[in-house]
Ligand binder design. Structure first.
Ligand SMILES: Cc1cc2nc3c(=O)[nH]c(=O)nc-3n(C[C@H](O)[C@H](O)[C@H](O)COP(=O)(O)OP(=O)(O)OC[C@H]3O[C@@H](n4cnc5c(N)ncnc54)[C@H](O)[C@@H]3O)c2cc1C
Length: 315
């Protein structure tokens, strides 16, 4: 029997589909001989967590740092590293920005393979296989893990909940300063709230074409008006207009909404890697030659400020 450790940030935004997806993976890899524990980093400030489908795991623990640790990445390097050193051969988390901070460090600490943006975790011939995009999402790579240790960040579809009951676990407060790791409050922008990207049925994303942080508010107003989640290209995130938790793409989140609206986004391959699951893509861009129009179902050429303002007036 091998041990797997699943890691989940529990915040006010956490959806039951996230619990269900991890529980489904844990149940399926049980067929490859893995026994799974769930480690929750709780950032809600509550004294307990209601863990959906918690009985799919052998043990569930919830921890919270005893003081602010930014997005918790440094804290998780320590906490997950400690747990993983206890004979864990597989660590699984979602492919979020903060997970991408601790995961490679934890992988290095126990000589594990690191697989990011994994879209499929499956059991074949009693062995675990993981599949995800590489080379800017131009090809899919499948890795048979065999006896190798691995840290895998999952960015695939939500999975159906397995049989299993909910459980309530108490949150234990762990000191934020331990060992060699120093914890510094992150300067990352906090998430602006609103509908979370993961699992959203409508997403309105903005890119560098929005032009400024001031103008970014138009994207937020537009999204709020149509009950959509706000998304962003990496260029918009790098400008500091929007938190990295909203980044869509190869190194951001994969989304599969019914409608994805790309505003002032050129359609670089790294951005498209995040929207392959969208059922309808609407693109607004002032450049008629922009690559985004090649994959858009509806393309609108023009200045986004006028187009979005006109759309909002009609809604
Ligand atoms: C390893 C790696 C990983 C990456 N991961 C990601 C990722 O996860 N997500 C991601 O998005 N990118 C990612 N990138 C970056 C990616 O390659 C692009 O640089 C980025 O997506 C470009 O963002 P953009 O479309 O907002 O900006 P630009 O390419 O600069 O496009 C801006 C667009 O706005 C349009 N525009 C300008 N003004 C207006 C206006 N007034 N009205 C309408 N349209 C207007 C322009 O015509 C242009 O098409 C990654 C890159 C690398 C190397």
């Amino acid at each position: 029997m091998k041990n797997a450790l699943f890691v989940l940030h529990n915040s006010a935004d956490t959806r039951s589909s996230e619990f269900a997806t991890l529980a489904a993976i844990a149940t399926s890899i049980g067929n490859a001989g893995y026994s799974s524990d769930l480690l929750i980093l709780d950032t809600t400030g509550s004294s307990s967590v209601n863990v959906k489908h918690g009985s799919a795991f052998r043990n569930v623990t919830a921890v919270a740092p005893d003081k602010a640790v930014g997005d918790g990445a440094d804290y998780l390097v320590h906490i997950v590293g400690k747990a993983a050193s206890a004979a864990v051969s597989l660590v699984v988390g979602f492919g979020t920005i903060s997970n991408r901070n601790w995961a490679p460090q934890v992988a290095a600490s126990f000589s594990a393979e690191f697989v990011t943006a994994c879209e499929l975790i499956e059991v074949a011939d009693n062995a675990l296989r993981v599949t995800g995009p590489v080379m800017g999402a131009m090809v899919q790579k499948t890795l048979s893990l065999g006896d190798r240790n691995a840290v895998v960040l999952y960015s695939g579809e939500n999975l159906a909940a397995p049989e299993g009951t909910d459980i309530v676990v108490e949150v234990s407060r762990e000191p934020a300063e331990q060992g060699a790791v120093r914890f510094v409050a992150s300067e990352a922008l906090p998430d602006s709230g609103g509908i979370p990207l993961r699992g959203a049925s409508k997403v309105i994303s903005g890119g560098l074409g929005i032009g400024s942080g001031e103008k970014w508010r138009l994207i937020e107003e537009f999204a709020a008006k149509v009950n959509a989640a706000v998304g962003a290209s990496r260029a918009a995130v790098e400008m500091g207009w929007v938190p990295s938790s909203r980044q869509v793409g190869f190194s951001g989140q994969k989304v599969s909404p019914d409608v994805y609206v790309a505003v002032g986004i050129s359609g670089a391959v790294h951005h498209l890697a995040g929207i392959g699951g969208a059922k309808k893509i609407v693109a607004i861009n002032k450049d008629p030659e922009a690559s985004i129009f090649k994959i858009a179902d509806v393309g609108i050429v023009g200045d986004y400020e006028q187009i979005v303002a006109a759309a909002m007036r009609k809604l």
